[in-house]
Write a protein that binds this ligand. Structure first.
Ligand code: C2E
Ligand code: MG
Ligand code: MG
Length: 638
């Protein structure tokens, strides 16, 4: 302190940094703990007092001696309170309680010296009543020692929590430590030109910037750990203690986007805050160590050692609050939770979250229960998914996908009029994997587009080869998934492949399953229209398997409907089934669509379809899907 005008720079810096942060990240600032707010206020107080006392000392007016003296005492109180609060704040960040004796005893001693001690011994300063001359006492070195003492306590805590703090904050602490040491040396060498105010301001500003913008571990909205904070906290916990009996739980609000759209973002936030509160409470109730966080927009995660608390959290607390009139929502909010019980040797937090997430997906949308544990059934499916994802990367390069063809026949003449390409995966162990075992997985990871274009290319190559050797060719339909249709540039890709083999576009039919027509149909209609304009035949696959909106049916750019095989199951014994099927056929006919009936297996079914005058049939009754090489030689059965 004394005879410097650091306030100009330092005080303004703290105030400005805090204001800028409050302006840019209002929610973040609101969530700052009381400790940090106190710290900022102390930094501001320090610089204000520094400025005021210098002003009064310079005035050299004996009439204001008491005021100056009082300001000086206050100044020294703040000088000690600042590192004390900073240390406590640091402990709070690390989730630890600082032993009060370690810090408080030296703090109280210093505060006594600053107030009473100074009166009798001029311990920190001497202020002459007549001349208003100011000089520093021996105690000012005590200030430096106290700062160093706090720095050592912070350093000790930082080392214990280095996993949670992360490399960035540790580096920041090292920088701050060296700045403090530099400050001490500077103070000893140039006692008349202290830079402590500046150093304090810089430290607080750096702290705020790092926490608010650079290494953010707190969630803006709820004040819980964010994903990074959660993972670091779990990592630390796992290195501190035995994790036997611990579970990783993932909790997700169901259809959060819809909730936001229907009730407004503010209400969405309200629900998130209530859920966050409950998660926090459930974790606090649990006397053992637990970690929680908001790891995604609508997703929370908890690592806890009591399975019971999963049930309490999932089955009682949260539904309570959701039905709570406090939310005031005219909308049923629901959530789902997936839990994974840690096993020996587990140390990868991402994979624990992955397992919990898999259980969560499994239960999402279920009406009976909202919690699922990653048990053996789920594990098997998950492992299957992972194995498929692993294997599939090589499978295209190794040409492990084979195209099978199933004929589609004219109902009356029994002639083959076209064929459907159905993919089979023959893996490196020569095992055949059916599409239902891998297509849904590839749809999720987006790989299906590559596969479908591969199948299309294979079909085109085959048709061109047959054409060249004089085999009669029929149009072939290729299955496309919904993911493909939303893929940018898909129309151009399809055209490019077919043109590469110089085939007529009407030799290729595009099959899209009915469920693809349920959401976001504007985009799909547009893509299908462009394909149709390019001369491809468009087919709606599996009609009747989902819950199509019959009304949108009239606007769909389709040429053919494939009636799902489900309609034919037990049709012989179901009069009502017949009525439904006949109506569907009638409707399609009146809309001018061609009809293929899938899954025809028996003579009775065939006779019945014939009576209905559906043009085309595909099913085991005529032929099962067969390797494309033998397709030209096979004569249709029946
Ligand atoms: P889908 O397009 O509806 O194909 C018809 C499915 O019914 C085929 O099963 C076929 O083998 C089977 N099937 C045909 N006739 C009969 C019958 O008389 N009785 C019975 N029980 N089943 C019959 P597959 O080959 O296992 O294919 C299943 C689904 O996988 C396909 O349903 C299609 O949605 C999808 N898929 C197949 N290949 C591809 C592909 O290359 N790309 C995409 N995206 N999906 C494909
Ligand atoms: Mg199909
Ligand atoms: Mg089908």
């Amino acid at each position: 302190m004394v005879y410097s005008n650091q306030f100009d720079v330092a005080g303004i810096m703290v105030i400005l940094t805090s204001l800028i942060c409050a302006w840019l990240r209002p929610k973040f600032m609101k969530n700052f703990s009381v400790y940090l707010k106190l710290l900022i206020m102390l930094a501001i107080a320090y610089n204000t007092l520094d400025f005021a006392t210098i002003l009064f000392i310079k005035l050299k007016n004996p009439g204001t001696w008491f005021v100056t003296y009082f300001l000086l005492v206050l100044y020294f109180i703040v000088v000690f309170m600042f590192p004390y609060r900073a240390t406590l704040y640091f402990y709070e960040i690390c989730g630890e309680k600082c032993n009060p004796l370690i810090l408080r005893i030296p703090l109280y001693a210093m505060l006594v010296l600053a107030t009473v001690g100074n009166m009798f011994f001029d311990f920190f300063f001497k202020l002459d009543k007549e001349t208003m001359e100011y000089s520093q006492g021996i105690g000012t070195y005590g200030v430096l020692l106290f700062y160093l003492y706090c720095a050592i306590i912070v350093g000790d805590c930082a080392l214990k929590h280095k996993r949670f703090l992360g490399i960035m904050r540790l580096r920041m602490l090292v920088v701050l430590f060296f700045v403090t040491i530099f400050n001490v040396v500077y103070q000893v060498l140039f006692p008349e030109a202290s830079i402590t105010g500046l150093v304090l301001a810089l430290s607080v500003a750096l702290l705020i910037v790092v926490f608010c913008f650079i290494d953010v571990t707190i969630d803006d909205l709820t004040g819980l750990n964010n994903r990074i904070g959660f993972i670091r906290a779990c990592d630390e916990l796992m290195h501190k203690q035995d994790m036997t009996g611990y579970s990783m739980i993932k909790i997700q609000i169901y259809h959060m986007q819809e909730l936001n759209e229907r009730t407004g973002m503010d209400n969405g936030d309200k629900v998130l805050l209530l859920l966050a509160d409950n998660v926090k409470k459930a974790v606090e109730q649990n006397k053992h160590k637990a970690v929680c966080g908001r790891i995604g927009g609508d997703t929370f995660a908890v690592l806890t050692d009591e399975e019971l608390s999963i049930n309490t959290m999932a089955e009682s607390n949260i539904p309570d609050f959701i039905q709570n009139p406090l939310t005031g929502l005219d909308y049923a909010v629901s959530f789902y939770a997936g839990a994974y019980r840690l096993e020996e040797g587990d140390n990868d937090i991402d994979s624990m979250l992955d397992h919990a997430g898999y259980a969560l997906k499994w239960v999402s949308g279920n009406f009976k229960t909202n919690v699922a544990f990653y048990d053996n059934d789920i594990r098997k499916e998950d492992e299957h998914r992972k194995a498929v994802e692993q294997k599939v990367r090589n499978a295209i390069a190794e040409r492990e996908f084979k195209v099978y063809l199933q004929p589609v026949c004219n109902t009356m003449t029994r002639e083959r009029v076209s064929a459907e390409a159905l993919v089979r995966w023959i893996d490196s162990k020569n095992q055949m994997i059916n599409p239902s075992d891998f297509i849904p997985i590839l749809e999720k990871n987006g790989f299906v587009t590559e596969l479908d274009l591969y199948v299309l290319e294979d079909v085109c190559r085959m048709l061109r080869d047959w054409n060249e050797v004089g085999i009669d060719i029929v149009p072939v339909s290729v299955n496309f998934s919904r993911v493909d249709v939303e893929h940018p540039g898909i129309v151009e890709d399809i055209i490019a492949i077919v043109d590469k083999y110089e085939l007529d576009h009407n030799l290729i039919k595009i099959e899209l399953t009915e469920s693809a027509f349920s959401e976001n149909i504007g985009n799909i209609i547009n893509t299908l229209k462009r394909l149709r304009e390019a001369g491809f035949v468009i087919m709606m696959d599996d009609f009747g398997s989902g819950y199509s909106n019959l009304n949108m049916f009239k606007d769909m750019p389709i040429d053919v409907v494939k009636i799902d095989m489900y309609f034919l199951r037990n049709i012989e014994n179901s009069e009502r089934g017949m009525i439904v099927l006949e109506s569907v056929v009638q409707m399609a006919k009146r809309l001018g669509l061609e009809i293929v009936v899938e899954g025809v297996e028996t003579q009775e079914q065939y006779d019945y379809i014939r009576k209905l005058r559906c043009e085309m049939i595909q099913g085991y009754y005529f032929a099962k899907p067969m390797p494309s090489e033998i397709f030209p030689d096979q004569v249709t059965a029946g």
